[in-house]
Design a protein around this ligand. Sequence first.
Ligand code: DON
Length: 575
Amino acid sequence: MRKPFSASIIILLFPFFIYAQSIVGKGKAVDPYHYTIQKDKTFSKGAVACAHPIASKVGAAILKKGGNAIDAAIATQLALAVVYPGAGNIGGGGFMVGRLKDGKTFSLDYRETAPAKASRDMYLDDKGNAQSNLSQYGHLASGVPGTISGLFAGMKYAKLPFKTLIQPAIDLAEKGFTLTKAEAAKFNNAQNDFKKYNTVVPVFIKEGGWKEGDTVVQKDLATTLKRIRDKGAAGFYEGETAKLIAAEMQRGKGLITVDDLKNYQTKERKPIEFDYKGYTIVSMPPPSSGGVLLWQMLKMVEKRPLASYGFETVKSVQLMTEAERRAYADRAEHLGDPDFWKVPLKEITSDTYLTKRMADYDSTKAGNSSGIKAGVVESTETTHISIIDQWGNMASVTTTLNGNFGSKTVVGGAGFFLNNEMDDFSSKPGVPNMYGAVGGEANAIAPGKRMLSSMAPTIVLKNSKPFMVVGTPGGTTIPTSVFQTIVDIIDFKMEPADAVDKPKFHHQWLPDELVVEKGFPENIIDELKKMGYTIKGYNVPGYEVVIGRVELIKVTDGKLEASADIRGDDTVAGF
Ligand code: DON
């Protein structure tokens, strides 16, 4: 069960001023000045789990109003773009995996694309060295945003009008909301970057710093959102917003043009679907590596008696680590945007291949990844939303700016952060990106191409009925966190709260090290070291890694058990 300190934290905030409209406002379903963080709750009809209490409540209010899971996913993403601007976004991209009550599954790929003027070696200096500062910070780091296109693509599965879904976000931007302690700290930590990478002073800069309970008003963002409400996707990809983005790019020597924006298209793709011990796993296909890695890792452990090894034992951790190592090696070699690179999906997910892949597995010692060493940098900015509605529709969405506040650049006059997703490409073969991931030709930069992702919004079915919606942020640690959560629930029969909160571990082939979270049992670390593993992440005070922020909803006896991760302000809401 969840530890006592993880019980719901009540944030008491004083009213700033009162305003009224349909969902957001004092005395309404969502009060942006008084709200509580709720980690776990069982609901009977509809549930939402996401990274911010206000956004979860917006999603739940849409469900209550008669909206379905897709309506709620759209409204929640838009609300996150206002109240959780480090990762919630309209200037980034994401993926939605959905399952409708009639059994149809779908996935929407609204990943960013490289601008038309991008080129393979654009981040290399004269000597051929990769300049990661350029792919990670400021104007040149941004891909063409996909989020708004993706939300409109999702409307074909929604019930309510778009204007109803975007209105809560408009109100939150226009009238403001109060900051949590964690969000105030995140703004404060990024102040220098905000000053450095902006051509117009954004509202996120505050002399003297932000504190819990401060109200954030985003007038420019409200105006942008109103243009989208009134003009549809063209309110972002054409006209005033497009002009503001292109002008911002010109001021900061970025590449995105009005034409890039006009040409952006969401792709609807056939989801990854496979069986794991009688459960159907539905997840994101390339250009994310998420679903493929999940497939490989789960199949590599499926035939071994994981349940008898037990949770957090040397045997189970070692086996899962070796599956992770092998899957991530394939990621580096084979995965990229399928519209530009022939991903050998059938081959690398076949039972024969995966059995062979584990042929050299030795349960007594560490495997060996050879090659270049690189450091894993953890951050928790990207964000996941899990939703199930009263009819059994399911939505699993992971969306991101990539790093915390993306490129750190806010579009002058338009009020939203742009992503730094270009860093997810492989700037140079073998050179690690900000998550330590290496890649080669499959993920090289090309105009219009989507950069390889690790995001793994996932749905699990049992006997073709809803069983679980799950996902997380965490860069390259995303597939391993989802992998471990699924194994925790299916094999170890853990409670959702434990599966979400207990320390996780991560191996990504290169660097050849096993990263474990704070709280991981010391005796297991000692045993694994004896077997030859290099263990990182748990014992450097102040630098302990965080692996994942999982949002999970599990169907148990017809009820919805929702669990939001202990690692942030994450909150569940529903009815
Ligand atoms: O698409 C990806 O895999 C990354 N851009 C995700 C970044 C992320 O999860 C950051 N949060 N930890």
